[in-house]
Design a protein around this ligand. Structure first.
Ligand SMILES: [Ca+2]
Length: 368
């Protein structure tokens, strides 16, 4: 315990130095193509819930639907009718915002409709890949393990609307969502990309050994997947056709930590970053593995407090629209707005950007 205290003191004092360095870096950020995120408006969530991590529209174009902190899926019905409860991932949902209880009430992250069957697929961080059929109230678990390894942190998903195949990520075989900071600190490389075929119920592991795979999106022609690898700040491309690759290709390096990836109707993919690259995290990652393994033995509350302290200095929202070749098509930043923070997803629909976050108590919207 004495060594733990020393480590805490060391990290706390080091944080002051790094904060100053990072503040300076923030003032010399790369050129901004478009900084209109500060003009974003907000749709508040119902009282008591936060974190509209992912957004999806149904086959009629209604919504968006979003999963929130107490395990519910909500549907936006417009200003007059507001939010309605569409489904819950477990009958035991507690209506809680407490991260310590989210493994009980579930934490729905990635969402997408199969436009043909009208089924809503959910990547729930704790309950695995789930489905809600039209008219149902409770989601059903359809995949909880693959190759005898349980899904530990199901995160992003996308659907091939021609075949119905669902592509999804399992961010770590070691850590759960509430421990997500430990994935980065430890340098964990147990993340996977999987597929589920609803025709024959087959589950396949397409990629493994990844560093915090998060969002996943299928190209318009179904020939490749883009995968956000959070810990390494990279976008990977995994070719499905005509010749399947066994390995993913690094498409581009990003200026921050990516979350979800969504196709844009104007071409390319929106990549949401929940924060900018951190010099502090880069320093942590330069430490020997045994030191980092020791750090993660500290109480999770302490680790979270120290590491999230740095978010205050580099937490500006950031989203990039990139092509399938990794070219930056559009960059959205904000240096003073209070509405959008820690962006998890940008869903472009009817010339509007719908902006999700794991922490905000609202959905951000911006009219293009
Ligand atoms: Ca995510």
């Amino acid at each position: 315990m004495r060594i733990s205290s020393k480590l805490q003191c060391f990290l706390a004092s080091f944080s002051i130095i790094i904060s100053i360095v990072e503040r300076c870096n923030a003032l010399t950020s790369p050129a901004i193509i478009d900084d209109h995120l500060s003009a974003t408006a907000a749709i508040p969530l119902p009282a008591g819930v936060t974190g509209p991590e992912s957004l999806a529209f149904d086959p009629d174009g209604e919504g968006p639907y979003t999963g929130v902190s107490d395990g519910r899926i909500l549907k936006w019905q417009g200003e007059e009718l507001g939010w309605m409860e569409y489904a819950v991932v477990t009958p035991q949902h507690l209506g809680s915002q407490e991260v310590k209880k989210e493994h009980i009430c579930g934490r729905p992250l990635g969402l997408q409709f199969n436009k043909m069957t009208r089924d809503l697929y959910i990547a729930d961080a704790y309950f695995g890949l789930m489905i809600v059929s039209e008219g149902d109230k409770f989601a059903k678990q359809i995949v909880t393990q693959a190759q005898n390894t349980p899904l530990k942190f199901t995160n992003g998903l996308d659907i091939d609307q021609d075949t119905g195949i669902v592509y999804f990520t399992d961010s770590s075989a070691r850590f759960q969502r509430r421990e997500n900071i430990l994935i980065e600190i430890s340098g964990d490389k147990t993340g996977r990309v999987l597929s589920y075929n609803p025709q024959n119920k087959a589950v396949r592991v397409l990629l493994n050994g990844l560093s915090y795979p998060n969002g996943v999106a299928l190209s318009k022609d179904g020939s490749f997947l883009l995968i956000a690898e959070t810990s390494t700040c990279r976008i990977l491309r995994y070719r499905l056709q005509p010749n399947k690759d066994k390995r993913a290709q690094v498409l581009t390096q990003l200026p921050g930590y990516p979350d979800n990836v969504k196709p844009s109707p104007r071409g390319g993919f929106w990549v949401a970053h929940y924060e900018r690259k951190s010099k502090f995290m880069e320093w942590v990652m330069s430490l020997p593995t045994w030191v980092r393994e020791y750090i993660i033995l500290l109480p999770l509350d302490v680790i979270t407090k120290i590491f999230y302290k740095f978010s205050e200095w580099h937490g500006e929202p950031l989203a990039m629209r990139v092509s399938g070749e990794g070219e930056v098509l559009e960059l959205l930043e904000d240096f003073g707005g209070e509405i959008v923070k820690y962006i998890s997803e940008v869903e472009e629909h009817n010339a509007t950007l719908w902006i999700g976050s794991v922490v905000m108590p609202h959905v951000g919207i911006y009219k293009l």
